[in-house]
Ligand binder design. Structure first.
Ligand SMILES: NC(=O)c1ccc[n+]([C@@H]2O[C@H](COP(=O)([O-])OP(=O)(O)OC[C@H]3O[C@@H](n4cnc5c(N)ncnc54)[C@H](O)[C@@H]3O)[C@@H](O)[C@H]2O)c1
Length: 327
């Protein structure tokens, strides 16, 4: 049987490369990435790769041509992937890159035969909503990054009303960690940043007192959630799903777990929180919707995920000096 075809935008980045590497045998995959933050080395060498911009139709065409011009699915990870990228001079670029890459890729996907367009939204748009965070809550995005993801979701609902033949499914990832984050440098997940510090005997830098919590979710489980939606026989329309572990863990507990995995005892350095936008103090997801609709079940415990991270540290590839440079 002929393999189904997937275009992955932003596929040389952290989550995209994990998605591509996991699926390269089962699917005919092409990755499009402008290498703004991605690294071609994140991808297994036999994956088709085009360096190009998801805001440009001609670059999407080049990628599409690699797998015969049409696709079955598009998975969109490209875009402006973190709030600090919108700071200062990044403001106009941040919005332009986020929105232009999204609408150009959605339109390209529909015109090139995709039956499903799967995209990354974010749990940041819940801000400090009551826990657990659930898809039915009203959201007020707390920063520009979350505003762009909210726009994706709103745009998808309108687009799907006009073009119901293509499902457009969004995923509100919680705090994702795992391999292939080195190229993200200061934008990487705190588990990676703290691991890079402790691995070099530097103190991880914590904003505030370290009691803030996140729903740290292994990238393998994020790939699992997206895959279930991609392969589902159900018509999912323009639905949106949380993907998380469904548990909250404090930054202090993360530092303890990393020290345990390294066999070290490096104390964190606590500093005043410099973040000026609304700061999200606590987070964990209600994952019952994705469990019920798609059969999702997290498979990687935090202990296992952290041990894997420590055992596979690639300090030579890290593009930052310490979590003091953070943001
Ligand atoms: N990592 C997380 O915890 C997390 C949480 C919620 C949502 N997300 C979202 O998931 C997606 C993937 O996140 P990630 O952590 O892998 O980030 P990432 O920055 O590693 O990946 C994004 C990739 O897109 C590429 N890119 C950016 N703009 C592009 C463009 N115009 N054309 C082509 N390529 C472009 C970058 O070079 C990078 O490789 C992002 O949309 C992000 O906002 C991530």
């Amino acid at each position: 049987m002929k393999k189904k075809k997937i275009l992955i935008t932003g596929g040389a980045g952290f989550i995209g490369s994990n998605f591509a590497n996991i699926h390269k045998d089962k699917y005919d995959i092409v990755v499009l990435d402008n290498l703004f933050l991605g690294d071609k080395d994140n991808l297994d060498s036999d994956i088709k790769f085009i360096e190009g911009d998801a805001c440009k139709q001609e670059d999407l065409d080049k990628a599409g041509d690699c797998i015969g011009g049409t696709v079955d699915y598009v998975v969109h990870f490209a875009g402006t992937s973190s709030q600090p990228m919108f700071n200062g001079d990044g403001f106009v670029w941040g919005y332009t890159n986020a929105i232009s890459s999204f609408v150009t890729t959605v339109e390209w996907a529909r015109k090139h035969g995709a039956t499903k367009f799967l995209y990354a939204s974010t749990s940041s748009l819940y801000a400090n909503n009551p826990l657990p965070l659930v898809e039915t809550q009203q959201v007020t995005p707390p920063n520009h990054y979350a505003v762009t993801k909210h726009m994706y979701e709103e745009c998808s609902a309108c687009y799907h009303a006009v073009y119901p033949e293509m499902d457009i499914i969004g995923f509100r990832f919680m705090s994702v960690y795992g391999p292939n984050e080195e190229a993200k440098g200061v934008y990487a997940n705190l588990i990676s940043q703290f691991a890079w510090d402790i691995g070099r005997d530097l103190p991880p830098v914590i904003y505030g007192d370290g009691t803030q919590t996140r729903d740290f979710t292994n990238v393998k489980d994020v790939v699992q959630g997206i895959t279930l939606a991609m392969e589902s026989e159900k018509k999912l329309g323009a639905d949106v799903f949380n993907i998380g572990l469904g548990k909250s863990t404090s930054l202090n507990d993360i530092v303890d777990a990393l020290n345990k995995a390294f066999g070290k005892n490096i104390k964190p350095k606590y500093i005043e929180n410099p973040i000026k936008e609304v700061y999200i103090h606590d987070q964990y997801a209600d994952i019952s919707k994705i469990q019920k609709v798609l059969g999702f079940m997290p498979t990687v415990s935090l202990e296992e995920g952290i041990q894997h991270q420590v055992d596979n540290l690639r300090l030579e590839k890290v593009k930052k000096t310490s979590s003091d440079d953070f943001r």
